[in-house]
Design a protein around this ligand. Structure first.
Ligand code: NI
Length: 209
């Protein structure tokens, strides 16, 4: 996003999972809002954390049904990966996602077109916590804090593996950001209150053909 305000977005991919509740507890304590890019295939097993996330003011995005690399799929399979997740979320009683993040950050023109036709904005990130390979929560938190600028979108994971390090780093990140005067808001809040410069997001503005 832009640099008009000291606000950033914490984002969590690949859940919901057994770690999601702990992440939500930390966000609640820190008065921070997050955005969860969830997988459709996790919804049946872990519907509650998602419902809680929505009730507590967090945003839910689409991260496909199966965490597929969409650049390797046929257009119709890309479409079902995205829309099946959205329908699953809706069936769990949660508003249909309006944000989409492609697994592995892998996308092409077709991916963007399908997401846009499904009424979704494609959102990547500007700070990668590298939490999937982190071993030390304090080091992970320090690296995230060092890279964060106003308007940052920070990538973390609440699912897809053992997220103990992420769970332990998050309280340090929330505290560190607060200390630096940052407000932690959802991606929609960030884009509304602190929009990116027009020339910055050429990809996201690609018109549907
Ligand atoms: Ni992912």
């Amino acid at each position: 996003a832009g640099e008009q305000t000291r606000s950033v977005a914490l984002t969590f991919d690949d859940g919901p999972s057994p770690y999601t509740q702990r992440i939500l507890d930390t966000l609640q304590r820190g008065k921070a809002k997050g955005t969860f890019f969830t997988l459709g295939n996790q919804l049946a097993e872990f519907p509650f954390p998602l419902q809680r996330a929505v009730a507590e003011g967090h945003a839910i995005g689409d991260h496909t049904w199966n965490h597929a690399d969409l650049t390797k799929l046929s257009p119709s399979d890309v479409k079902s990966e995205i829309t099946d997740q959205a329908s699953g979320v809706q069936k769990a009683g949660i508003p249909r996602p309006r944000l989409f993040r492609p697994p592995y950050g892998a996308f092409n023109d077709e991916t963007l077109r399908v997401a846009r036709r499904a009424g979704m904005l494609t959102v990547l990130w500007t700070v990668d916590s590298n939490d999937y390979k982190a071993t030390d929560p304090a080091a992970m938190a320090d690296a995230v804090l060092a890279e964060t600028r106003p308007g940052a979108i920070i990538l973390m994971h609440d699912g897809g593996g053992n997220r103990t390090v992420t769970s332990k780093a998050l309280p340090l990140i929330v505290r560190g950001l607060r200390k630096r005067g940052y407000k932690m808001v959802t991606v929609p809040q960030l884009l509304i209150s602190n929009p990116p410069p027009v020339q910055q997001d050429a990809v996201l503005r690609t018109p549907v053909a």
